[in-house]
Design a protein around this ligand. Structure first.
Ligand code: FES
Length: 113
């Protein structure tokens, strides 16, 4: 059964270029707001050694884990520095200044090329 969207609240609670961790449906999810105003959501902890991804450095849609600098593309969840590591991503959108998230993870594909 498809999950319903969950309202996370105002997009203003996330500064542009940063992330915040939310607890949704018994799991922690990192939600990011890019400098361009797009939102993306991923698993909260790095698959390497559980670094807190919401504290990572965001450049465009590429996130750098705060612990050991591995990078991930927020759009696909794919690792861009260590391709064997990928993130679960969640559909997220902003509507009328509010963040909506579907707590239904998509696992990153293996890097194809
Ligand atoms: S915990 Fe993220 S790169 Fe090591």
């Amino acid at each position: 059964m498809a999950s319903v969207e969950v309202l996370l609240g105002s997009v203003d609670q996330i500064p542009k270029g940063e992330g915040r961790t939310f607890r949704v449906a018994d799991r922690e999810i990192a939600v990011f707001l890019t400098a361009e105003g797009e939102v993306y959501a991923t698993q909260a902890f790095c698959p390497h050694r559980r670094g807190p991804l919401a504290d990572g450095l965001l450049g465009g849609t590429v996130l750098m884990c705060p612990l050991h600098d591995r990078t991930f593309d927020l759009k696909s969840g794919c690792g861009t520095s260590h391709e064997q590591l990928g993130l679960a991503t969640y559909p997220a959108r902003v509507s009328e200044g509010q963040i909506w998230l579907r707590p239904e993870p998509t696992l990153a594909r293996e890097a194809a090329e």
